[in-house]
Design a protein around this ligand. Structure first.
Ligand SMILES: *Cc1c(COP(=O)(O)O)cnc(C)c1O
Length: 365
């Protein structure tokens, strides 16, 4: 049994084959189709495809105007890519506390961390469970800050009837190998404003606005570059893999949710285990199924003895020197960091796998 599942659909192989035979491998029609499909199938607003989730976060911060000396607020409960994208702009990551039961940024802790130098906030939907986005967006608006969601775990999640990717000004998705939908490596920045999306399209590719350029008699395109751009665009080969994987994504997500329902019923009364809350106003994407346990190492060892993988996936990232050191006053994070552990929930599990995980945990550790 694997902890993560890498899904490549037969349709991905067909489409990738078409791209390989076409003579056009760079960003082109297939990337556009992938972006259109993300919008049409999932309701994501103006997605701009890039070559990683980290590139999407970096681009979102660039469009938010984050620069040297600015502060960006984020939770420690995430993958290092979130914090590194802040450092890439010469900005300062400011870690704010999380809800001790979900690992998601606490809106009140976010509010307390705001200073005159704060420019943006990056809520991370840990494991795929949506953050308190209305509270976070209200505070951000009040203080003139930009919200750049890290939705690397949350493709397909919804918040108060809206898809993740249609709530804040910017939302970053990852299509890395082990995420819900993979392109090999890839990402997308969704933009609530079409004006932002147009700028993002130029800045993902050296800052060149291709729509506004025209070829000269020399064959060279004529354009100016007005803002710093990056080499962050997605290529058509990656987009083909992603496009093929989007088709069966709703069924795969439904399977994850069905498995999670079985887990929640089975673990409702297990001593030493606490289920994170599940609010009725949002739908979980279940990239992870995380529980809070006592004696975590014993829990992991017990599952390992039955060939079931369990993992903390990521411990708090403020422990890395590059970010400047641990904030010991973050009580919610400290508590979450000590107790959180995830069990397999992906669509590659058989019914027998799910039953053996349930039986192992119910028998104690
Ligand atoms: C995977 C991930 C990223 C980075 O995505 P890449 O595509 O690997 O760059 C960022 N944040 C979180 C929370 C992730 O899980």
């Amino acid at each position: 049994m694997d902890f993560f599942h890498v899904h490549v659909s037969p349709r991905s192989r067909t489409l990738a084959g078409e791209v390989l035979a076409s003579g056009w491998l760079s960003e082109g029609k297939m990337t556009r189709r992938f972006e259109q499909d993300l919008a049409a199938r999932l309701g994501i607003l103006h997605p701009v495809a890039v070559n990683s989730g980290t590139a999407a976060l970096h681009l979102g911060l660039a469009l938010a105007g984050v620069g040297p000396g600015d502060e960006v607020i984020l939770p420690p409960q995430t993958f290092v890519g979130t914090g590194l994208s802040v450092l890439m702009h010469g900005a300062i990551p400011v870690f704010a506390d999380v809800d001790p039961l979900t690992g998601n940024l606490s809106p009140s802790a976010f509010g307390r961390a705001i200073t005159s130098r704060t420019r943006a906030v990056m809520p991370v939907h840990w494991g795929g469970y949506p953050c308190d986005l209305d509270e976070i967006n209200d505070l951000a608006k009040e203080h003139g800050l930009t919200v750049v969601e890290d939705a690397a775990h949350a493709l397909g999640a919804t918040y108060r009837g809206r898809p993740i990717g249609a709530v804040s000004r910017f939302t970053a998705f990852s299509f890395q190998a082990i995420k819900h939908v993979t392109t090999g490596d890839g990402g997308a920045l969704s933009c609530s404003s079409p004006v932002d999306a147009r700028v993002a399209v130029a800045r993902r590719w050296f800052g060149i606005d291709r729509d506004a350029s025209r070829p000269s008699i020399l064959g060279e395109r004529v354009f100016d570059i007005e803002t710093l751009g990056y080499k962050s665009h997605m290529n058509d080969l990656a987009a083909a893999v992603g496009l093929g994987n989007l088709e069966d994504f709703p069924a795969r997500l439904a399977r994850r949710r069905a498995t999670a329902r079985l887990y929640r019923e089975a673990f409702a009364n297990v001593a030493g285990l606490r289920l994170p809350p599940l609010a009725a106003d949002r739908a979980h994407a279940y990239w992870l199924f995380t529980v809070l346990v006592e004696r975590r190492e014993d829990f992991i060892r017990k599952l390992q003895s039955r060939d079931i993988p369990a993992s903390v996936v990521h411990l708090r990232i403020d422990r890395y020197k590059v970010f400047g050191g641990l904030r010991r006053d973050l009580e919610g994070q400290t508590s979450y960091d000590e107790r959180q552990v995830s069990i397999p929930v992906h669509e590659g599990l058989t019914d027998d796998d799910v039953q053996s995980i349930i039986a192992a945990i119910r028998s104690g550790w």
